[in-house]
Design a protein around this ligand. Structure first.
Ligand code: SF4
Length: 81
């Protein structure tokens, strides 16, 4: 963990449409290395180098200034308790 209050995606690991929509509007998206990609085509949080898989979903560890306000405000993402 990087010490930030990481946001967890509330759509789990198979909400492909919402993960794609979130990545489309995120200025910090960076594709992960090829062997870590899980989406066939297009942009998705599931393929972002800043996502860290959790047991049921992922948390975003993107640059705080670029990502945190957008992610925390998005209804698809819930703050960890
Ligand atoms: S930085 Fe976070 S919100 Fe942005 S595309 Fe990557 S995982 Fe998604």
């Amino acid at each position: 963990m990087d010490g930030r209050d990481a946001a967890e995606f509330s759509g789990g690991k198979e909400d492909w449409a919402r993960a794609a929509a979130e990545a489309e509007r995120c200025a910090a998206f960076v594709p992960d290395v090829e062997e870590e990609l899980v989406v066939a085509e297009g942009r998705s949080c599931y393929d972002c180098r800043y996502r860290r898989w959790s047991a049921t979903s992922f948390t975003c560890h993107g640059p705080a200034n670029a990502v945190a306000p957008s992610v925390s405000a998005h209804p698809a993402v819930a703050k960890r308790p």
